[in-house]
Design a protein around this ligand. Structure first.
Ligand code: GAR
Length: 224
């Protein structure tokens, strides 16, 4: 278990990435630009040694850790090391940001209500991979992204916030990905802030929201 934080202290957040880390960057920037952000990114951990986001995080003076899943014989051993890295960094909240490993129930339970994830669709639609191609194939006129609390079932768990973007007739998976990632970069810092500050809370699967966030041209729920 991690140590409890003092009332009013900024939550210590560890970000899990597997690649580019653009969402991680948006979380770091927001935490540094907003004195009321309610959280600090204290560690960036990747399961891939070549994750580009690691370089950026290190340049920002943030502790980076590689826990290479390929170096472990079994998922449980990998997750034990991941857990150890988070505990060593005294992390209180985990933000998955493009972390592309399926987690065991044991690991998820260790971080119950303390681990968030961003997914590039309006869950529960389009769980898993290739979300934008599947949204286009389904003829969706609106798609978006979701921040949810991680539960053992893949891409499931109480939804804390969503942002929607319009699907245009000329959109391709790539153009849709560009629109959605812009929404992700606004939504994740806002929701993590509200969660860190206790203004969005989970009671089992029920979410309570005390606060509202700026829309900035994107359809949000919670909205203004
Ligand atoms: C983001 O679009 C995120 O929503 C997605 O991976 C991308 C990571 O980009 N996550 C998932 O698909 C998780 N199932 P980033 O590394 O630039 O933040």
């Amino acid at each position: 278990m991690t140590t409890g934080s003092k009332p009013g202290a900024r939550k210590r957040v560890g970000v899990l990435i597997s690649g580019r880390g653009s969402n991680m960057q948006s979380l770091v920037r927001a935490s540094r630009e907003d004195e009321n952000a309610g959280y600090d990114i204290v560690a960036v951990i990747s399961n891939r040694p070549d994750a580009a986001g690691l370089i950026w995080a290190a340049e920002q003076g943030i502790a980076t850790v590689v826990v290479d899943h390929k170096a472990y014989p079994a998922r449980e051993a990998f997750e034990d090391s991941l857990h150890e890295a988070l505990v060593t960094a005294d992390v209180e909240l985990v933000a998955c940001a493009g972390f592309m490993r399926i987690m065991t129930d044991t690991f998820v339970t260790r971080w119950h209500d303390r681990m968030l994830n961003i997914h590039p669709s309006l869950l529960p639609m389009f769980k898993g991979l290739d979300t934008h191609a599947r949204a286009l194939a389904a003829g969706m006129r609106i798609t978006g992204c979701t921040i949810h609390i991680v539960r053992p079932e893949l891409d499931a768990g109480p939804i804390l916030g969503q942002a929607a973007v319009a699907v245009d007739t000329g959109d391709t998976p790539d153009t849709l990905a560009e629109k959605v990632i812009r929404a992700e970069h606004v939504l994740y810092p806002e929701i993590l802030k509200l969660y860190a500050l206790g203004q969005i809370r989970a009671d089992g699967d029920k979410i309570t929201i005390d606060s509202k966030i700026n829309q900035q041209g994107i359809l949000f729920s919670p909205s203004i």
